[in-house]
Design a protein around this ligand. Structure first.
Ligand code: PEP
Ligand code: MN
Length: 492
């Protein structure tokens, strides 16, 4: 295979390419981004690789979740803390019920670019304009659709601000298990959901009290266990960022050569106990003579290739094959079984654990036709992967009022089919990828974008608080419904 460089993708065909009217302006912006500091560090990326290795071995569960797309305007304290609060609540339900550590990756701090099914959009007034491609490319306002390179710089700074706030929240006790009610339970309407969640919190308080009494709170006590992947303190948890690696110029500008890093301080008890956690790195470091470098994408810990940009000979696969980060690949109904194996050969030739997460998104009506076939092909190939189910993207439909929606029942149907098919194939579902939000309006009510769930949201209620400008997201209650379902499944 020809040599990889951070720019070798440029010689390939670029799906979903953006044409900038002023290439000089783009070059200037990219040169600036190249000088800016990394958003995440190689050690953090290595820690995630290690933890994804644990997911691959069935020792932990992966939660990948957040907005379909972030917007610059939604970069507020309220939105960020609501998102983190929901991710923490969701993972607490899983950890408590299923007794499985959870690796948390947010679609956050950089999830701005959107692939589009058509480059142009026809407006109600008959005008044809360029499609909205995400806040890092052009504006949602139909009069602001010309791609502006300055938005890439803005994306960098909004990502940095978001990440700074996430780090600040988690570093100052927001995740403390001593007060999970602060994560925004107050508005949960469904009485049964409230009761279930409160029961967990009450049991947890008891366990924490007990641990404190016998003096084992912290790295070995209930707090550490319940955090799942936490650092052994009651207030700190591991949390990782991700986005679709769509805008390759931007990704290249944040791709930096570093010596292969040793993961940041031991994250969990198992990390220390199995004693093998750094072997892969130690080998890689030895092989490289100790001083060779690897390319890390420092814009996020985890990046994924979308279903529209995963062509074997295309630019995105070329870029992704050379970065050291753990990566995701969306797998939809149009993916051939052989094609999938070839793709794995390209992006993970050394079959390294924790490197590839396959994010399947067929749709409830199509999963039976495709998932087992894909699992078998990967099993025969000898590739180890993490399989996670995205029950959102194959199940989008248009409601009577014209709003894009997803039905809770259909989402659950794809998720339960995925659990069933993995079990039948001797495989294991290692996680979920969800579009959800803990966002509330001024009166403290959740968004109304997906139909159903324990709150029984009706189609006629969708326009009440529909806030997504992209795909419809599960709200707080609907997300906890999903968490209880998974938690109960793994409890058995
Ligand atoms: C997404 O995750 O928002 C997305 C566009 O997914 P897919 O590439 O699977 O369609
Ligand atoms: Mn989406």
């Amino acid at each position: 295979m020809p040599a990889w460089t951070p720019s070798s993708w440029k010689s390939k065909s670029i799906a979903q390419d953006v044409e900038y009217p002023d290439p000089g302006h783009l070059s200037k912006v990219l040169s600036k981004i190249e000088t800016l500091p990394p958003l995440v560090t190689p050690s953090e990326i290595e820690r995630l690789r290690h933890q994804l290795g644990q997911v691959q071995r069935g020792e932990a569960f992966l939660l990948h979740a957040g907005d379909c797309a972030e917007s610059f305007d939604a970069c507020t304290h309220e939105n960020i803390s609501a998102k983190i609060g929901l991710i923490l609540s969701f993972s607490l339900i899983l950890i408590w019920g299923a007794r499985l550590p959870v690796v948390r990756i947010g679609r956050i701090a950089g999830q701005y670019a959107k692939p589009r099914s058509s480059p142009k959009e026809k407006l109600a007034d008959g005008r044809e304009v360029l499609s909205f491609r995400g806040d890092n490319v052009n504006g949602l306002d139909p009069n602001d659709r010309t791609p502006d390179p300055g938005r890439l710089l803005s994306a960098y700074f909004h990502s940095a601000t978001t990440l700074n706030h996430v780090r600040a929240l988690l570093g100052s006790g927001f995740a403390s298990l001593h007060h999970p009610r602060d994560w925004s339970l107050n508005h949960v309407r469904s009485p049964s959901l409230r009761t279930h969640f409160e029961a967990i919190i009450d049991s947890l308080s008891d366990a924490l009290d007990f641990s404190r009494t016998i003096g084992v709170e912290g790295s070995t006590g209930a707090a550490s266990f319940a955090q799942g992947g936490g650092r052994g303190t009651v207030g700190e948890v591991d949390f990782y960022t991700s986005h679709e690696g769509l805008m390759l110029e931007y990704e290249q500008a944040l791709t930096r050569a570093f010596p292969i890093a040793v993961p940041v301080a031991p994250a969990t008890a198992t990390f220390k106990a199995n004693g093998t956690s750094n072997n892969q790195n130690a080998d890689a470091i030895k092989e490289n003579g100790g001083d060779a470098k690897s390319f890390y994408n420092t814009s996020a810990h985890f990046l994924w290739i979308g279903d529209r940009t995963r062509q074997l000979t295309g630019a995105h696969v070329e870029y992704f094959r050379g970065i050291r980060n753990p990566i995701g690949v969306k797998v939809g109904p149009s993916m051939g079984a052989e094609e999938l194996v070839t793709l794995l050969d390209v992006v993970n030739p050394d079959k390294e654990a924790g490197r590839v997460t396959l994010i399947t998104r067929y749709g409830a009506g199509k999963i039976d036709e495709h998932l087992a076939k894909h699992i078998r092909a990967v099993q025969v190939s000898g590739h180890g992967v993490i399989w996670i189910c995205d029950p959102m993207h194959g199940n989008t439909q248009t409601s009577a009022s014209g709003l894009k929606t997803r039905h809770f029942g259909t989402i659950i149907s794809e998720l339960t089919a995925s659990l069933r098919i993995h079990a039948a194939c001797g495989s294991r579902l290692g996680g979920v990828s969800l579009e959800f939000t803990g966002e509330l309006n001024d009166e403290g009510f959740s968004v109304t974008e997906c139909v159903g769930g324990s709150m029984e949201l009706g189609e006629e209620e969708l326009p009440m608080r529909y806030q997504s400008f992209c795909d419809p997201r599960l709200n707080f209650e609907q997300s906890l419904d999903v968490a209880f379902l998974i938690s109960n499944y793994f409890k058995k």
